[in-house]
Ligand binder design. Structure first.
Ligand SMILES: [Fe+2]
Ligand SMILES: [Fe+2]
Length: 342
């Protein structure tokens, strides 16, 4: 899962490196023509491809956004992966394995898309493993089985809202990767909601578990859409470049409006006393989001940041022998084909 609004500088808060100019040098004539062509393609809702000229800021923004997105998918596998061995039935286990595997696949498509912009996968993974790169808002514990359902329903549901506009993003490889990702996210959302529907026909304890999980995840999902538009200074540039299509607040509102009726069908209460239909606006009003908590988690101080990163680094180190074996095999194959060609 991921939020398109989650595109914050990895070095936010660091001192600016010496010698870096705040204002880029003026463009020469040839570059101005390239820029004009780029603008025309974006304005016509066309696609920018890896071979095309693009402004450096566009390239950097995309590398940062796509790699943060990829990291979020990979780290997002961990809280649910924990529950595979404890799923309550074979059916739920099979569904959860498929979902967690999908999230791994999303990470891989996205690393591939980011590589087309000239950044190596090793560089991106170094950023994640060293703790330098940011990733999305998934650093909370999954306390009981209902959390798995609620993550599917609400967290993947929020991810779909965020990601559907990315299918129309101006950068071709990112937009194309998102088409398949969104189809799979839709399955994730439905499996979560269906698991909860079943629990809500169960015992009072099961119903209470669902309500408890909803209480713990609701506000985190609203925050996942990113800071309010007024506090998102990069949004306008992202929209101009055709990377971002809908503002954080508009996406958040769409999510609230779509989710309230689903909560009613499910029979749970959303934990917000200010949540009510506003006839004039034609939308639901909702309460204040705790942005201090959001930034604490994004900046590495959430309840599970350290544990998740340590698990991820361990998995990477434990897998070194597989990568070594694959490289040795590829080298052997190459030698063999060179010998045959000789
Ligand atoms: Fe995903
Ligand atoms: Fe997902």
């Amino acid at each position: 899962m991921y939020t398109q609004s989650f595109n914050v500088p990895d070095d936010a808060g660091d001192a600016k490196p010496a010698g870096l100019k705040a204002v880029p040098a003026p463009l020469g004539e040839a570059e101005m023509a390239l820029q004009a062509h780029f603008d025309a393609v974006v304005d016509a809702d066309g696609k920018i491809e890896p071979r095309d000229w693009m402004p450096e800021g566009y390239r950097k923004t995309l590398v940062r956004q796509i790699s943060q997105h990829a990291h979020s998918e990979i780290v997002g596998m961990l809280p649910e992966g924990n529950w595979i061995s404890r799923a309550p039935s074979l059916k739920r286990k099979a569904i959860l394995i498929a979902k967690v595997q999908d999230e791994g696949g999303h990470g891989l498509y996205l690393y591939s898309a980011a590589e087309t912009l000239g950044t190596s996968r090793d560089q991106m993974l170094d950023g994640l493993h060293s703790g330098k790169a940011k990733y999305s808002y998934f650093n909370y514990p999954t306390l009981n089985w209902a959390d798995v359902g609620v993550i599917g329903w609400l967290v993947d549901g929020a991810a779909i809202m965020n990601q559907i506009p990315l299918c129309r993003c101006s950068y071709g490889p990112y937009a194309r990767a998102m088409i398949r990702v969104c189809k799979e996210e839709s399955f994730h959302q439905r499996q979560g909601y269906e698991a909860l529907l079943v629990m809500m026909t169960g015992t009072p304890e099961q119903k209470a578990m669902v309500q408890d999980a909803v209480n713990r995840w609701w506000w985190k999902c609203l925050a996942m859409f990113g800071p309010p538009d007024a506090d998102s200074p990069n949004s306008a540039q992202g929209m101009r470049w055709g990377i971002k299509r809908i503002s954080n607040d508009d996406l958040r509102q769409k999510f609230v409006d779509a989710t309230v009726p689903q909560a009613e069908v499910l029979g749970v209460t959303l934990p917000d006393p200010d949540l009510q239909w506003n006839e004039t606006r034609g939308h639901y009003d909702y309460g204040q989001i705790d942005w201090d908590e959001f930034w604490a988690v994004v900046n590495g101080n959430g309840p599970c940041n350290k544990e998740r990163l340590a698990t991820r680094v361990k998995a990477w180190n434990d897998g070194q022998w597989v990568r070594d074996a694959a490289m040795a095999h590829a080298a052997k194959q190459q030698q063999r084909s060179m010998k045959e060609a000789a």
